[in-house]
Ligand binder design. Structure first.
Ligand code: NAD
Length: 283
């Protein structure tokens, strides 16, 4: 039986409508959530991502600023700007688009952002809070995956989740979030032996490797829930890590690329910014 396709795009649109209403309500109370995105350099993919983030925030009535810095910006200059944003009471969320030019240490930048404005959820304080099961900002792509699974009413508790990938951005945090939801979690990575033995044992398979066609229908068992996080360009076409056509014949649920996980990432960024504004307002 062919899988039910989970369209993150549709869910993202629904959630953004809800957020638009929430922002309108908050503004009546004098709270105006504001996101500032900082980009360093001219990388076309990064530029297109930040434009998407800005457009999405404007569409729901969220205030947003884009700070564009030259590729020659020094780490000190960037840290100075972050400090100013940390101090600015009108700013609730700060996002520095990664990757950064090689003269800037990414970890120093991540750690310079006030954890209460860290809407990407990358600061070690927020990562630690997530690890210890506390309420905090969760990284946007992993959080988007969790919300997708919940909205599709996929049960997580006691299920075997196999994740391909262990990056700080996707693999590790999605594993932690699902462990917090009482899943049994296996992480596979580039040095894992006999990958298929693991993927075949998954109730929920999350593929975040950045390798087009890594997983096919042969690698999964009947009824697996397949979440494809990968974003690859093959012959000018956007594609995930999963061979959608063969996998959908066996999966119970599957996400497509595009229109799957991608739109949820920006949506969770907007969610985190609203959360930041509400938290700061309560202080
Ligand atoms: P990364 O390169 O930092 O990590 C890739 C991980 O996959 C590593 O842990 C590596 O060990 C593992 N891996 C690579 N090849 C493998 C193989 N053959 N077998 C098993 N494991 C393998 O990448 P990332 O930042 O975690 O992103 C992963 C993918 O998700 C990329 O395609 C990226 O573009 C995409 N992504 C999508 C979104 C979104 O919003 N849709 C957000 C972030 C990342």
């Amino acid at each position: 039986m062919a899988a039910e396709v989970i369209y993150g795009k549709q869910l993202a649109e629904d959630l953004r409508l809800e957020m638009k209403e929430e922002i309108a309500e908050l503004s009546k109370e004098g709270v105006h959530p504001k996101l500032v995105v900082v980009i360093v350099g001219e990388d076309p993919a990064s530029k297109s991502y930040v434009k998407g983030k800005q457009r999405a925030s404007e569409k729901i009535g969220m205030a947003s600023d884009l700070i564009e810095l030259s590729a020659e910006t020094s780490e000190d200059e960037l840290l100075h700007i972050i400090n100013q944003l940390n101090e600015d009471k009108a700013v609730h969320g700060i996002l520095v688009q990664l990757p950064l030019p090689q003269q800037i240490d990414e970890q120093n930048v991540i750690e310079a952002i006030d954890p209460s404005k860290d809407v990407d959820g990358f600061h070690p304080i927020n990562a630690g809070r997530m690890l210890t099961g506390q309420e905090t900002f969760y990284p946007c792509t992993p959080f988007g995956i969790l919300v997708m699974l919940k909205r599709a009413e996929v049960s997580i508790e006691g299920k075997h989740v196999v994740i391909i990938g262990r990056s700080n951005l996707v693999g590790k945090p999605v594993g932690q979030l699902l462990l917090n939801e009482h899943a049994t979690v296996t992480h596979c990575h580039s040095r894992t032996k006999n990958l298929r033995e693991h993927t075949k044992r998954a109730d929920i398979l999350i593929v975040a490797a950045g390798k087009a066609g890594l997983i096919t229908g042969e690698d999964i068992t009947e009824g697996t829930v397949v979440i494809d996080v990968g974003v690859n360009r093959v012959d000018g076409k956007l594609t995930g890590d999963v061979d959608f056509e063969s996998a959908k014949e066996k999966a119970s649920y599957i996400t497509p690329v595009p229109k799957g996980v991608g739109p949820m990432t920006i949506t969770m960024l907007l969610h985190n910014t609203i959360k930041a504004a509400k938290w700061i307002d309560q202080k």
